[in-house]
Write a protein that binds this ligand. Structure first.
Ligand SMILES: *[C@@H]1O[C@H](CO)[C@@H](O)[C@H](O)[C@H]1NC(C)=O
Ligand SMILES: *[C@@H]1O[C@H](CO)[C@@H](O)[C@H](O)[C@H]1NC(C)=O
Length: 495
């Protein structure tokens, strides 16, 4: 009885908070969300590998990795460094690309002129992924750089001289996870370029289909094929089933080809359609896939996708305190908390999924989410996303924005080689592997702000230590930013 009263009390308090957030006294104006949007996209320019174009805006960066692949007779110049190091990891690069593309697909109409910059950010990746996927038949190049050697150095990308080993998956050494995620990235991106560059769009889709067939026909995890060079860095802990379903779903979206519906129908149950998973990341695509496919039921009225809507509801309910499905943990300051390492990646993916689901629900006024006896409207769902976005931008107990260059107070000692060392343009002399550590150990702020970078974020008590050594909290990553681009676009369009 007592616990029931407490339960209803918490529920009412929560709904009160959600409702009060609906009142128009928001932490940020739509102009401020738009400024954050611009910066979140600019961040990707700071992560570029390869030859920088003349319109490159991150002036402290220079060309790097210009011979990537050459000793293997393959051109793998370009693409992105994943985080604060100089390795090009294909698995998170592909996921970041899929999420950037999904951001444009759902919220591109709110991006105004920034849509050009996001398309450029996507293309920087897809140009690279196309080379990685089409150079050799039945082979996908999935990584450039030996991570153990790279991590032993503190070097600017422009100086890097660690081994640029090239790693691939093939019919003998399969990698269905990385290959199907690459297929998802290419297929989602083909939708982004459908109108602006139809030729490029169709190349992306054709390549996506080839890479997906390779992923599906030669099954295995790249963690088994490549082990110590991908694990523990971007080990595929969740296996490859989730990516096969995700890749097929995106190709269906992009092509409309009903054979992919048939694939989803026949294989869904063995590829994770019945699982409830409560976080969405570069490793595990199941929660995102539920939201993605729920659109077929909510918007397209396709009954056979009701299963995905039911699991999408479970995901949403898991975030709402006081409901029977509640699974989440929040900090005292209200931040979703999944773990001590790079926690904000889960916050940005979750915020994006909440807003995307709210958009799909909006197609029909009858649509709500039922969590036991609690009914959530799209407004409740948007309000929860807003608390998370606002927390990241500075409405939190430390009053710190976790986006570099946004607001008055933001992280100044991020764990990022290029940001923490003098620019190649100010200090053209090479700084070698070990010599770079003098900059790592300096107490002073990084000389180059990596504007727009969102770092790993605070701990379970809302504490954050702005310390280069604390990579769990102070390192940025492309997959933290990518879904945030969509979330910021959504809020920037709200008056
Ligand atoms: C954060 O800002 C609020 C409102 O301006 C202020 O009351 C509070 O003391 C600040 N907290 C910190 C830790 O600076
Ligand atoms: C972390 O936060 C808690 C609660 O706000 C506080 O009591 C504690 O002193 C903080 N720890 C550090 C190391 O700042």
């Amino acid at each position: 009885m007592g616990s029931h009263i407490t339960f209803s009390l918490i529920l009412h308090l929560l709904l009160l908070i959600l409702c009060s957030l609906n009142q128009p006294s928001f932490a940020f104006t739509s102009q401020e969300y738009y400024e954050a949007l611009e910066k979140s996209i600019l961040f990707f320019e700071g992560q570029r590998s390869g030859r920088l174009p003349s319109n490159h805006r991150v002036t402290w960066r220079g060309d790097s990795g210009l011979y990537d692949g050459s000793s293997y007779n393959v051109d793998l110049v370009g693409g992105y460094y994943d985080a604060g190091d100089n390795v090009k990891f294909g698995f998170p690069m592909a996921f970041s690309t899929t999420l950037l593309a999904w951001s444009v697909i759902e919220f591109g109409s709110s991006m105004q002129k920034e849509v050009e910059n996001v398309r450029a950010a996507i293309r920087w990746s897809t140009d690279y992924l196309l080379k990685a996927a089409t150079t050799t038949p039945h082979t996908l190049y999935v990584q450039v750089g030996e991570p153990n050697m790279d991590h032993h150095c503190w070097e600017r990308p422009e100086d890097m001289d660690t081994p640029r080993n090239v790693y691939k998956v093939s019919t003998q050494n399969p990698g269905s996870d990385v290959a199907a995620e690459t297929a998802a990235a290419l297929a989602a991106s083909s939708l982004v370029f459908k109108d602006s560059d139809p030729t490029y769009s169709s190349i992306l889709l054709q390549t996506a289909i080839q890479v997906f067939n390779f992923a599906d026909n030669y099954r295995g995890s790249y963690s088994d094929s490549l082990n110590s060079v991908v694990c523990p860095f971007y080990c595929s802990y969740s296996g490859y089933h989730d990516e096969l379903l995700w890749g097929a779903s995106w190709i269906y979206k992009a092509s409309g080809d009903s054979s992919y519906i048939q694939y989803i129908r026949s294989n869904g149950h063995t590829l994770g359609a019945d699982d409830d998973v409560y976080s969405f990341s570069w490793d595990d695509k199941r929660a995102g896939n539920k939201i993605l496919l729920s659109k077929e039921f909510l918007v397209e009225n396709s009954e056979e996708f009701e299963l995905y809507k039911a699991h999408a509801d479970n995901f949403i309910c898991s975030l709402i305190s006081g409901t029977p499905a509640f699974q989440a943990q929040y900090t005292p300051g209200g931040l979703l908390y999944k773990g001590s390492e790079s926690n904000l990646q889960y916050v940005t993916t979750t915020s994006f999924l909440l807003l995307t689901y709210a958009k799909y629900l909006n197609s029909n006024q009858q649509n709500v989410v039922s969590c036991g006896t609690t009914t959530l409207t799209r407004h409740n769902i948007i309000s929860l996303a807003r608390t998370q976005v606002d927390y990241i931008l500075g409405k939190n107990p430390t009053n710190m924005s976790y986006m570099v260059g946004f607001g008055d107070k933001y992280p100044k000692h991020i764990h990022h080689r290029g940001s923490s060392m003098p620019s190649i343009h100010n200090h053209p002399q090479k700084i070698s592997c070990n010599d770079g550590f003098q900059y790592f150990h300096l107490g002073s702020p990084n000389p180059n702000d990596l504007v727009g970078a969102i770092v790993g974020g605070p701990d379970s008590n809302d504490n954050f230590s702005d310390d280069r050594n604390n990579y769990q909290q102070s390192e940025p990553a492309t997959y933290i930013n990518a879904p945030f681009v969509g979330a910021l676009a959504f809020f920037s369009s709200k008056p």
